[in-house]
Design a protein around this ligand. Structure first.
Ligand code: GLC
Ligand code: GLC
Length: 633
């Protein structure tokens, strides 16, 4: 066993080992290894420097990375080269994402393939298929409990079909996005079975304790994620031991303090990359490193691990990007975003505050988030969304809220009550998710249409759906549509009859694809047709508006609490910019000429293409918005 030592010594060792592999490695790859090795070495020293076997682990990692590179299909190597030539491809105004469950949207992978013309009709360039790997029968957290990363759930198809689908999507201009569920595996994964059985090779792959001593100590500072399922962060094994399970009892957290776990998961990641996945959604990033006496969320080592995974990809599959799923405090969300770590990240703050603004008819908290928490490092982008397959939690910063005279805790209670429909006069028909009577915490669930008022028959329902999307489409980044929302699908209350789903209210907003609604999508006499038509128009206009590329956003304040404003200068050097004004209120709002005085009066409506004169001010309809091409004066 050899511990890691200096970069020079270890480089010499690794170079000798690589040379002795006898597998030819091309010059470009050698150059990439050389470029990435110092970083990987530094990260490994920081993570595993104290271990006696650090160097062996790093060698195994390099070796499996080179194997993955050897196995990378020619088409994907060509993609690697294309992306290298156009590294900002994902920041384009043409990017648009969709997300769906394979079985719920299309039955199986073949059904997804047949839906490609529809994805093109909608304008997608990015398709996130929810977890589709082998997982336990029955309850499996919608596939987030993976039993084998190399086997597709047989009811959905095969790995060959997945690979072919990735090719077909790419040929249609659509990047395949899959989850990399690397914080935990299912309890049925062979590593898990062997760890519990005491196989020395896997004994340290998970966090297993003989009694409650350490679990109790850890739980003094950890947060309960799924309190409906089990209290705390551990579940008992049949023999009385305790195992770490942040999420469901059958999702066991991996022990990344052990470098073999890192290498093993890197192997699974590279396998996925070589199937043609272009973006990996890094699931539950905040939870991957634990240390006693801390919340065991967003620890510095979590970042080092992500950077190390990223360095491995840069060698073997450089086209692939990471999207961070960190649904945590906004300060922490940002920490995952950098070209060296996750190039993309969900924007849960903008998502949650869009709903907050619709409920309160007050856009100030959202405006503040855009003003102060929107900027990102070069080479990265937000994924902006109205809702996902998960619950909505109120992740805003309490100090931001306090600056507007809003008390965080009571505001969260109000928002939960409002969206669950417990608040008088609410337009929303959401469900509570994981209400924790001990802490008073709760999150909410519901489809966009049901949360926005369409289900309740509220007159503003459709406008709110369109407005929420218009914001996600215009603030910068990759907008992501939960498929079904574009045809205003309502809550699926039948989840309560399914024994595998009834204890998890997120299923209320994961309805099966409604053939009826999709058939109505061109019929403007139906809600589905109206919402679809309006969203399609916005998507078309967005694609033709270069100012929407990139992430730059300049504040534009109005004196009205219900009006949100910002301009998007785009990435070019044109002196035009697109001004977005949006009214979250139930009443029309005049934005006066005085407020608009910094702009030339002649503007163009980007949506209709028509000329607009700002000299007399501008009236925003209730839940109305404008996208205007303007020039400063
Ligand atoms: C992520 C997923 C969520 C899942 C959890 C555990 O947060 O989005 O659906 O329950 O991870 O994998
Ligand atoms: C995420 C979040 C949590 C969310 C859950 C999935 O990782 O931290 O708020 O509810 O997973 O639902």
């Amino acid at each position: 066993m050899t511990a890691l030592s200096s970069l020079e010594t270890d480089t010499a060792h690794v170079v000798a080992q690589v040379a002795s592999r006898g597998i030819p490695v091309d010059g470009e790859t050698i150059a990439r290894v050389r470029a990435e090795f110092p970083r990987l070495h530094r990260l490994f020293r920081a993570l595993y420097g104290a271990r006696a076997d650090g160097l062996e682990a790093l060698l195994r990692l390099i070796s499996l990375t080179l194997d993955a590179h050897d196995a990378r299909p020619a088409a994907l190597r060509a993609l690697d080269r294309r992306r290298a030539a156009e590294p900002d491809w994902f920041q384009s105004e043409r990017m648009l994402g969709g997300v769906c469950y394979v079985d719920r949207f299309a039955g199986d992978l073949e059904g997804i393939r047949r839906a490609i013309p529809y994805f093109q009709e909608l304008g997608l360039t990015y398709l996130h298929l929810m977890p589709l790997f082998q997982s336990p029968e029955g309850s499996n957290d919608g596939g987030y409990a993976v039993s084998d990363y190399r086997t597709v759930d047989p009811s959905l198809g095969t790995m060959d079909e997945l690979r072919a689908l990735a090719d077909d999507l790419r040929a249609a201009g659509i990047s395949l996005v899959l989850d990399f569920i690397f914080n935990h595996t299912s309890n049925e994964h062979h590593w898990a079975r062997r760890a519990v059985a005491g196989d020395p090779e896997f004994a340290d792959f998970y966090l297993i304790y003989p009694d409650r001593e350490l679990p109790d100590a850890y739980e003094r500072t950890t947060r309960e994620i799924f309190p409906d399922d089990h209290p705390g962060s551990f579940v008992p094994l049949p023999d009385g031991r305790w195992i770490w399970a942040t999420f469901y009892r059958f999702q066991w957290d991996l022990n990344y303090a052990h470098p073999d776990v890192f290498a093993a998961m890197a192997g699974e990641m590279l396998f996925l990359a070589n199937q043609g996945v272009e973006i990996l959604r890094m699931d539950a990033v905040a939870f991957i490193w634990k240390r006693l006496g801390t919340p065991c969320e967003s620890l510095p080592e979590a970042h080092l691990l992500l950077q190390a995974f990223n360095a491995v990809l840069r060698i073997a599959a450089p086209a692939v990007l990471f999207k961070s799923e960190a649904i945590v405090h906004p300060d922490e969300v940002k920490d995952y975003i950098s070209p060296d770590e996750c190039q993309l990240s969900y924007n849960p703050l903008q998502m949650a505050l869009t709903w907050e603004a619709l409920a309160t008819r007050d856009a100030r908290l959202l405006q503040r988030a855009l003003d102060e928490r929107h900027a990102l490092p070069e080479g990265t982008a937000w994924v902006t969304y109205v809702r996902s397959h998960d619950d909505i939690g109120w992740t805003f910063d309490d100090t931001d809220a306090a600056a507007l005279g809003i008390a965080g805790a009571s505001h969260r209670r109000f928002l939960n009550d409002f969206f669950i429909g417990r608040f008088d006069g609410s337009f929303s028909r959401g469900y509570p998710f994981q209400e924790n009577p001990r802490t008073g915490d709760a999150r909410i669930a519901g489809t966009t249409a049901s949360l926005a008022g369409i289900e309740a028959g509220d007159a503003g329902g459709e406008d709110r759906v369109v407005l929420a999307h218009a914001l996600a489409f215009s603030t910068g980044g990759v907008p992501l549509i939960y498929l079904g929302d574009e045809v205003a699908q309502l809550n699926d209350d039948s989840f309560a009859d399914d024994p595998d789903h009834r204890d998890d209210s997120r299923w209320v907003h994961r309805p099966r694809r409604s053939d009826e609604r999709y058939a109505q999508r061109h019929d403007p006499t139906t809600p589905a047709g109206r919402v679809f038509g309006r969203l399609r128009e916005l998507i078309e206009r967005r694609r033709a508006t270069p100012e929407f590329a990139g992430n730059a956003l300049v504040l534009f304040h109005t004196p009205h609490a219900s009006v949100l404003g910002y301009t998007r200068p785009g990435r070019g050097d044109s002196d035009a910019a697109v001004l977005v004004l949006a009214n979250v209120g139930d009443d029309a709002q005049l934005v006066t000429a005085e407020t608009l005085r910094g702009l030339e009066p002649e503007a163009t409506d980007v949506i209709t293409g028509g000329a607009v004169n700002l000299a007399g001010g501008l009236i925003l309809a209730p839940h109305g918005f404008v996208w205007l091409r303007v020039r400063g004066r």
